[in-house]
Write a protein that binds this ligand. Structure first.
Ligand code: ATP
Length: 364
């Protein structure tokens, strides 16, 4: 059979996971379908309790699905215990051996697998180089920083050359600056090793900056799968729009359908052109979403009118909060130019211009 250019590393088909019985029953995963490609940085993103860790544990083999199947390169992996799966996991807690050196932590798993000594030594050297920890190879892991421990945990997990690396909130214990550094580091490691990474986080910014594709989860369901741009610019449902970044919601009704879009009369009375996701046929009352950076303030002539209720400076940009005349709030984000603070003041009457192509009709 000819090779397809993009093969699936992992395919999750109709997976359910139920914990407990009767009134204590929890549906942690509800008919989940997802295909994760080879050599992809794939992120499971969602709030606490949505089922991210459960899905990762099923892929790793630490637990079994109630229903459904998980394929690795097209093969059902149900019969394989965790240590027989070409899958490795990096946990939030790192789980290093504190009494062993950095190098020993990395070699331990390889020795357990019975790999010959010279192969183990070569692999440890290679891994130390990959995570830039050669200098600290003989240091005990109890005597290195959190960021360094994170690197050792990654080196240890990558050492046996897994086909898939599972990462369960691996950066959440690090402070902000180190976390940003490790985000770039992780992306580099994924790129250099070509291993499929499945990364779990509840941090939307982290997901947007690191991933090739993201699956947004809520209450055991995957609501949308797409590139960071698709998820951010074209959220399919309200939950995704709300969870990923700041968003304005406007209520309205469909005036007219057009190719790929609709004209929507919003409550201010203005009619705006909005895009509509493929395959979706909205009618009647709808919610329209507009990102704050896709609208601008004007003295007059916009589709919405109101009064400035707050101005929040963020360094790179400023957020203008507008109390709309018809009720509700709308946020406009403006990128700051050097030495230009603008002249708008809290209390000023303002008009809001929604950019062309900025509005989108959501599914509920
Ligand atoms: P977090 O970000 O807080 O880790 P999560 O998205 O990873 O959350 P899961 O840990 O997968 O969520 O949990 C999904 C749901 O399943 C939750 O309601 C959780 O309480 C429940 N759950 C997970 N493991 C078990 C278990 N062993 N027994 C009973 N319920 C469980």
């Amino acid at each position: 059979m000819p090779e397809t250019p993009e093969r699936n590393a992992i395919e999750v088909r109709g997976v359910n996971k139920v914990f407990g019985f009767g009134p204590d029953k929890v549906i942690a995963l509800d008919d989940v379908h997802v295909a994760i490609r080879e050599n992809e940085f794939f992120t499971l993103l969602g709030p606490s309790g949505c089922g991210k860790t459960t899905l990762l544990r099923l892929i790793a083999g630490f637990d079994f699905p109630t229903d459904g199947e998980i394929l690795l390169h097209g093969q059902d992996i149900a019969p394989l215990p965790p240590h027989k799966r070409p899958v490795n996991t990096v946990f939030q807690s790192y789980a290093l051996f504190p009494h062993l050196t950095v190098a020993k932590n990395i070699s331990f798993g390889l020795e357990m697998l019975g790999r010959p000594k010279d192969e183990v030594d070569a692999r440890v050297d290679e891994m130390l180089k990959l995570v830039r920890m050669e200098e600290l190879r003989n240091r005990s892991t109890a005597q290195i920083s959190g960021g360094q421990q994170q690197r050792v945990a990654l080196a240890r997990a990558l050492a046996p050359q897994p086909k898939v690396l599972l990462l369960d909130e691996p950066l959440s214990a690090l402070d902000y600056k180190l976390r940003k550094e490790m985000q770039i580091e992780l992306k580099r490691l994924q790129h250099e090793t070509g291993i499929t990474f499945i990364f779990v986080t509840h941090d939307q910014e982290e997901a947007l900056t690191m991933s090739d594709r993201i699956a947004v989860m809520s209450a055991g369901n995957i609501l949308q799968i797409g590139s960071p741009e698709e998820i951010y610019d074209r959220p399919a449902v309200r939950f995704v729009a709300d969870f990923i970044g700041e968003t304005n919601f406007l209520e309205g009704s469909i005036e007219e359908r057009a190719a790929g879009g609709a004209r929507v009369r919003i409550s201010s009375g203005a009619v705006i052109d909005a895009s509509v996701a493929e395959g979706f046929q909205p009618s009647g009352r709808v919610t329209v979403v507009v990102r704050p950076e896709h609208a601008r303030l004007s003295v007059e002539g916009g589709q919405l009118a109101g009064r400035l209720s707050n101005i929040v400076y963020f360094g790179t940009d400023t957020h203008f909060h507008v109390e709309l005349d018809g009720g509700g709030e709308f946020i406009v984000r403006r990128q700051n130019a050097r030495d230009d603070r603008g002249t708008a003041r809290i209390g000023d009457p303002v008009s809001i211009v929604i950019g062309a192509g900025a509005a989108q009709v959501l599914r509920d």
